[in-house]
Design a protein around this ligand. Sequence first.
Ligand SMILES: [Mg+2]
Length: 336
Amino acid sequence: VPLPEKALIEQIRRLAGPSRLKQAGVGARATHTRSAQIRTGIGDDCAVLRLARGSELLITTDFSLEGIHFRRDWHPADSVGHRCLARGLSDIAAMGGDPVAAFLSLGLPRDLAQTWAKGFLRGLLKLARRYGVSLAGGDTAESRDGILADIIVAGTVPKGKAILRSGARVGDAIYVSGELGGSAAAIERFRARSKKNPNARDYFRHFYPEPRVELGRILREKGLAAAMIDLSDGLSTDLAHICEESSVGAEIQAESIPRGRVGNPARDVELELALHGGEDYELLFTVRPGKRIPAQVAGVALRCIGRITRGRKIVVRKTTGVRSELAPQGWEHFRR
Ligand SMILES: [Mg+2]
């Protein structure tokens, strides 16, 4: 049974309710540690956010489009909701920020089953609660062509402390968190076997990626990261963004790149996917020479994969001595 717009908004409001109240400080504990509060969320014309003195507002926006970012025959509805919010949280993490509120605009086909919208919201709100983020507003409309979800995430960071892409300098070490290529490998596997409803447990990091919010915040608090970006488009593309914004080049060691494992039985993903595959939502950051980085922060492994160099080229070196230039290969999501 499709869900009329009014009923859907009511449902979002009801589902988002408890977390909104918690955020707004109605009998909540966590709020005094926050640098922003939601004074008014869903139910008024605008959300009202109160910022603490000395903090700046971060805003990011991301589309999740059916057929581009997800497929209804591969992705369970709650995974689509989770991934939708994870994209925004990951951007906040990349600045070293604290996420505060999310705003969701949904375009749903008229004949979409009610259970899909419910599942989507369940996935999104579960992740939101885990990070103390409230769904503070949004809009719904009928879509003529597939499901469209647009998420805006607001966060805060102490004034002047946001970690930018432009902070890298020659001689910095380049680090990545977690493992790379797993998400792209999952999609390759789904496609190769034209799999319907792949087992979510075998591809968990693809279906339910964990945005590195805590890691990003700790790197900022301890002054460890000079430049940072989240790996949404793939290492080759996102490292190129850092190099471009910082006017530098990079040399990375192929064997140092931590590769994901996917499937059942689990296998290491190919180097190409670790280099170019997107949607891992790990963090890539640079570190000034002489700064020590722990092997693990906030439960996430950190690996040095290379150095920032003079010039504008990105070079991949192998232990065999072979060096090749790395061209950014945009992550084309589900398109061939
Ligand atoms: Mg980003």
